[in-house]
Write a protein that binds this ligand. Sequence first.
Ligand SMILES: [Zn+2]
Length: 322
Amino acid sequence: MSSFTRGLFEVGYGVHAFVQPDGTWGWSNAGLIQGDGESLLVDTLFDLRLTRQMLEEMAPLVDSAPITAVANTHANGDHCFGNQLLSDQGVRFYASQGTTHELAEMSTAAAMGEMMRTLPDDDMGKFMTHAFGPFHFDDIVVPPITDPFEGDLALEVGGRRIDLLNVGPAHTSGDVVAWLPDERVLFAGDILFIGGTPIMWGGPISNWIRACDRIIELAPSVVVPGHGPLTDVAGVREFSQYLSFIEDGVRRRHEAGMSPREASLDLDDEIDDTSYATWSDRERLTVTVHSAWSELELGYEPPGLGEMFTLMATDYAARMHS
Ligand SMILES: [Zn+2]
């Protein structure tokens, strides 16, 4: 399962993963589960053009089983900005309460498009172009989630059981994984990054590790990560070990009296000597460290989104120049 090419891959009977290399910023994976006469889509992509293309490639598969439901794993745009392409077909949108709230509070794609048109010519501008330059944020209006849910939700789509397991807060405040017991396939959303550094906007990190444990307990035969190539339980285990490494590394540096920023730079140095050094998007570490800090220090407020992106731009520039 090590090849990493773009397109639709059958990962179980009537179950397809849609995979987008290179899995870095914005290049997310999605999934299609075909039932008898109807299908469910797991996530849409970062913009309308990419989502439209994906739906065209799925068209032969959904000819006799049209998409009637979309399950969004979380509220990040690379997993839901294409939702509107399905909204006029009476499709139901399923997401956790946490994701539903986050979507309602999130800055719009239009604001993102405007920001991308007026980028400064500095480290921040270069980083934003690197991360979000390939995408088109115009004309995106995310329709409301029609079916928000608390806890887990067992869905039946075309006679197939699909369990939406609420494992957040972890990567965001409302992470859900989609589990197909009949084929033992799991769509992990951004609970799993393969080959890339994860970013923790939500946390606590211990809950993210618990989410990995829950996936491992299900013993899936195929795991579709939110970003990166298809994997299995071994991939989940390695990823979980990274999270434990970060959790432990942050705790030790907090005890040593470092600031969160010092801790993230110091931990990044330690990563140089590990196998995680080859993972892409290492600038995300600083966000994870700042988010994790609030678990260690009562009353600590992590920096806002703008400041987090400034820190990442600084670290990205430092890596480019080194
Ligand atoms: Zn993502």
